[in-house]
Design a protein. Structure first.
Length: 170
């Protein structure tokens, strides 16, 4: 996708953590939240976040605009093509005007976004120890940016430690 134009990226795992994204992709621009219907968030057997097709489930994420250079850097962090493959999926977008198109009949705004998917490891497993801190930070940022708390409680919380961050206590 890195062909000179900017890419919309659907960050659903530790890349919900804004600091991590700013460190990894310094040119990124946060543009809002997004929802991917009929997929489910898991920690896979590698110990990292993944999304898998699953009717009636949903995945929420932060949506970022990436420069070609940042997309290339992120490919390295995500282990493309060994750990994840790049897919372009249509997601429902909640955020600033100027992105996406209104879906006929529903009034929802949709965009095509880059999603990293591990197609080989689709079974659930425990998180890597080092991943827990990053996911705790990611959950706090996701909540602050408007990802529904009920989603975070249902899908992400079961994989993390029980200690709540300050923003989650509110």
């Amino acid at each position: 996708m890195a062909s000179g134009t900017k890419t919309l990226y659907f960050g659903y795992g530790s890349n919900l953590w804004r600091h991590q994204m700013d460190t990894r992709c310094p040119d990124n621009k946060f543009v809002g939240t997004a929802r991917l219907a009929d997929w489910r968030w898991i920690i896979n057997t590698r110990g990292y976040a993944n999304v898998v097709p699953s009717e009636s489930d949903e995945v929420w994420a932060l949506l970022y605009e990436l420069s070609p250079a940042d997309e290339e850097k992120l490919d390295g962090y995500e282990g493309v093509p060994k750990s994840y493959v790049k897919q372009v999926l249509t997601v429902e977008y909640f955020g600033k005007e100027g992105y996406g198109k209104v879906h006929q009949g529903t009034g929802r705004r949709v965009v095509d976004a880059l999603v990293y998917v591990d197609v080989e490891r689709t079974e659930e497993g425990p998180p890597k120890r080092e991943y827990i801190f990053r996911m705790n930070s990611a959950i706090a940022d996701a909540l602050a940016e408007g990802v529904p708390k009920v989603y975070l409680e249902k899908y992400l919380r079961p994989y993390r430690t029980t200690r709540k961050t300050e923003s989650e206590k509110r």
